[in-house]
Design a protein around this ligand. Structure first.
Ligand code: NAD
Length: 518
């Protein structure tokens, strides 16, 4: 049991994040750490271990040792842990959400939404027995039947980005362990507190030691998995360069991968877009989580008929956005994750100006409550006259910066989407069914939305992009994840009568010749 002071992070106590291996809270022998910061205030609130390769390997060994008995655990028993996790997460929802609002500085209402979504994923994972059913085909030869078994594979490892500490846990771990695998997980060092609390809950519900292990640290922890023979697969949600780097490392050692990368999402507004709904959705999609969402709108393609009215309305609404501590329910927007992220976003604002775009609203130096002046805030930022080749239109900014482009028609918008190297999501606002169906069919992305600002599908459906937004093939959620964490093992089974065994006649050359002749 983790000492309370280590997980609470009250005004005076420092948060000490720890690794969790084989059912124990363990420190790394290297004893190196990085500071844990509250981005809302810039205050150092604790420390996160920078674990060594040895600790990473120790966690894999714990997961490998636990695999044999975990895979043999009857399905109802395995599911009972997921049911207990479901209840434990519901009972601790507020505590889990506050953890996310503290170290990741996600606005408290969105943090609650994230935890609720994970609870839905755990609920969906409780249906794994139905999804794990294999297939049988009778009589593939005399007395021989064929069978497909969805079998677990062994130890999977997962890596999380800073911006969805709960959701990414939900995407990987309930399904991985529900299907009979064991797991090693590396959270982001910028938002580790949620996982600390989840591991406490998993310990409290009695999950057997070694089934889920957590190692904090940087890329060395991950790179140690590539040539570790006990690791069968690695999954990541992160930026595209990280996804490519893991794909290379795993590719060299023939490991399975499920790697979700970066995003640059388009929103297309046609002449009949419902304007109130459009503005309201852009505020949530573009500025929610301070623009640090893989489905946040970033590029907005607008037809000339509504361009000027749209810009005027969006500017007026954006100027009313309030900034402050992510745990304050009365503000709209919290900070970005770090001083580096703030600096990078501000550099992009400079690049937009240099590139010739018109800066209509500048989010640098926003007005802030006194207590938050040292936090990492960037306010809503809007560029117009953006052209597709500008860096602000091409590159992932991952902040509350919107780039507005004029397009003549839906075809022009579809071309912009097609030409972009990333393809996570895209949304359209229109009431014209023909244009909507054309968009659904032709938008070159993995997820589309119609009259919604964020096209995040429900846990029953797959989540993931295409092009540079997904390295490899597997998406998360739904049946796609079940496929990733299992193999379709084939059994060819001959029945032999124990009383009167019939010895099958060997096939002779004459049999073959007679077959060919007939
Ligand atoms: P990141 O790529 O910097 O880091 C992600 C994780 O990978 C972290 O845990 C980090 O420690 C680790 N890491 C970094 N470099 C590594 C390397 N070379 N080898 C192995 N591990 C490495 O991403 P981030 O800044 O934490 O998160 C933001 C990014 O994640 C954005 O690009 C965003 O679009 C993306 N994201 C994508 C989705 C999606 O569904 N496609 C969802 C959330 C976030």
């Amino acid at each position: 049991m983790l000492p309370q002071a280590d997980i609470e992070g009250g005004a005076k106590s420092r948060i000490k994040i720890q690794n969790y291996i084989e059912g124990h809270w363990v420190s790394d022998p290297k004893e190196e750490s990085v500071p844990l910061i509250n981005p809302s205030t810039g205050e150092e609130i604790g420390e996160v271990p920078s674990s060594s390769v040895e600790t990473s390997n120790l966690a894999v060994k714990a997961a490998a040792d636990a695999f044999a008995s975990w895979r043999a655990t009857p399905l109802p028993k395995r599911m009972s842990y997921l049911f207990k996790l479901y209840s434990a997460m519901q009972e601790n929802l507020e505590d889990l959400a506050q953890a996310i609002a503290l170290d990741q500085a996600k606005h408290i209402s969105e943090a609650r939404g994230e935890v609720n979504r994970v609870i839905e994923i755990v609920q969906m994972s409780c249906s794994i027995p139905a999804l794990l059913q294999g297939e049988t085909i009778q009589g593939i030869a005399t007395d021989i039947n064929g069978r497909v078994i969805k079998a677990p594979l062994g130890v999977f490892c997962g890596v999380a980005p800073f911006n969805f500490p709960a959701l990414v846990f939900g995407w990987f771990i309930p399904v991985a362990i529900g299907t009979g695998n064991t797991f090693v997980y590396k959270p982001s060092t910028e938002s580790p507190l949620f996982m600390q609390k989840i591991m406490q809950l998993l310990e409290d519900i009695g999950l057997p030691a070694g089934v889920v292990n957590v190692v904090h640290g940087d890329r060395e922890v991950v790179e140690a998995w590539y040539d570790n023979d006990d690791v069968v697969g690695v999954c990541l949600v992160g930026s595209t360069p990280t996804a490519k780097s893991i794909a290379e490392g795993c590719g060299r050692h023939a490991k399975k991968t499920m790697l979700l990368g970066g995003a640059k999402n388009f929103l297309v507004a046609l002449e009949d877009a419902p304007m109130d709904l459009l503005i309201e959705n852009i505020l949530m999609s573009g500025y929610g989580s301070a623009g640090q969402r893989c489905l946040a709108v970033s590029n907005i393609a607008v037809v000339p008929e509504i361009h000027d009215e749209f810009v005027e309305r969006l500017l007026a609404a954006s100027k009313n956005i309030t900034l402050g501590d992510a745990r304050d329910p009365n503000v709209f927007m919290g900070p970005v994750i770090s001083a580096n992220a703030k600096h990078r976003i501000e550099e992009y604002i400079g690049l937009g100006i240099e590139g010739g775009a018109t800066l209509e609203l500048d989010g640098r130096n926003p007005s802030l409550p006194e207590a938050n002046r040292e936090g990492y805030y960037v306010g809503p930022t809007i560029f117009t006259d953006v052209t597709p080749c500008m860096r602000i239109a091409q590159e992932e900014i991952f902040g509350p910066v919107l780039s507005i482009m004029k397009v003549r028609s839906l075809d022009g918008a579809l071309k912009l989407i097609k030409d972009h190297p990333l393809g996570n999501g895209a949304c359209i606002f229109s009431q014209n069914n023909y244009q909507i169906e054309k968009f659904i069919s032709l938008a070159d992305v993995g997820m589309v939305g119609v009259n919604v600002g964020i096209c995040a599908p429900h846990p029953y459906l797959p989540f993931g992009g295409i092009k540079g937004s997904l390295v490899g093939n597997n998406k998360v959620q739904g049946k796609d994840t079940i496929d990733f964490f299992t193999q379709n093992k084939v059994a060819t089974v001959r029945s032999v009568d124990p009383v009167d065994p019939v010895v099958p006649k060997a096939v002779t050359q004459d049999d073959v010749r007679s077959c060919v002749a007939s």
